[in-house]
Write a protein that binds this ligand. Sequence first.
Ligand SMILES: Nc1nc2c(ncn2[C@@H]2O[C@H](COP(=O)(O)OP(=O)(O)O)[C@@H](O)[C@H]2O)c(=O)[nH]1
Ligand SMILES: [Mg+2]
Ligand SMILES: [Zn+2]
Length: 368
Amino acid sequence: MPHYNAYESFKTKKSLEKKRRAKEKVFSKKNEFPDKFVVNSSHDYGIVLEVRYDDASVLYNDNVVVAKLRKDVNLICNQAIFPGDKVVIEQNGNNFVIQYLVKRTSLLSRVKKDRTRIDDVGAIKYFAANVDVAVIVVAAKEPPLHPKFIDRYLMILQDNGIPAVVCLNKSDLKTDEEEILDVYRDLNIPVVETSTYDNFGIKELERHLRGKQAIFIGNSGVGKSSLINAIMNNNQIKTSHVSEKSKRGRHTTTTSKYYIWNANSSIIDTPGIRSLDVSSFSPLEIQDYFPELAAWRSKCKYKDCLHYSEPYESCNVKQEVAHGLINADRYESYLRILNGILNFDKDYEAILKELLGDNQTRTNKLHR
Ligand SMILES: Nc1nc2c(ncn2[C@@H]2O[C@H](COP(=O)(O)OP(=O)(O)O)[C@@H](O)[C@H]2O)c(=O)[nH]1
Ligand SMILES: [Mg+2]
Ligand SMILES: [Zn+2]
């Protein structure tokens, strides 16, 4: 027997991957489109704003029309198309039919935390298509900054191949929060500070969004809708679609909203995402989403080192955390995600204490 549980984690990894493959298989089978539903391009398309069970609101020739899927697609509408999708519409009298879907450049998804069965297609929730850039919005205060959310969003975005921008809103309230975000700047992720109260940083944020279809993600109350308002007010071209359902007020927003603020520039506003589950990732794979760990791990003694239960002497990542060359907050995020997947009995707080001692230099005052 090895002297730590690498073997156990290897077994877990294999079984998780098996489950994952099974899940993907089921999904791709059910999500198969009939021939010629997906076209490579079109000059005349509408943009899907909102999707319901069996129809969708589509922005088409400057009007919002309600369209149903072509009959032979044989899928529930909200499993086939998503906000941001481009669709070719045909009008038959008063009815609009979605004839074709223009091939997507990306499809953003997350796995629902409350899923019980791994083979349940509903477990994968897609929420936006053709996203060119995602803005992770956090507030300096109210609600307090939780960098661990940023780390989970970044994993999901990297997994979907979508570039990220971090936006620190409510900068009028900040104290030293921007320093916490330096680690993301070091990873070459743009960080923009904004305040919608004095219009601070809005132009800079716009520069990252111009000519793109963007999505704003982040917890409820951080100021996503306020930021979009500020951008809309700064610009001439304005088209927005606010669904009837979401007019009921901030706290009952349930659907995504779509805003066009400039030629070819649009923003999808999402309701706060409550659960960000990353447990579909395999344990060994998680570190691929933490490039700063990847840079050091080749020197770990074990090829499949998880930098968790392995002894300090054999783990170069742990040593670099102790030496301050790997950001301890990010390492903590990594441990927490891994712990959530594998349920290690070893407490990650104890590992951090072992590496950093009591006078931790990291920003652990934060409610991570
Ligand atoms: N202090 C401060 N408050 C803001 C700022 N932007 C938005 N808020 C407030 O934060 C609350 C939530 O904003 P909202 O845009 O609805 O957040 P969302 O849930 O992310 O869409 C509102 O009360 C806003 O007035 C800002 O830059 N500074
Ligand atoms: Mg909002
Ligand atoms: Zn290691």
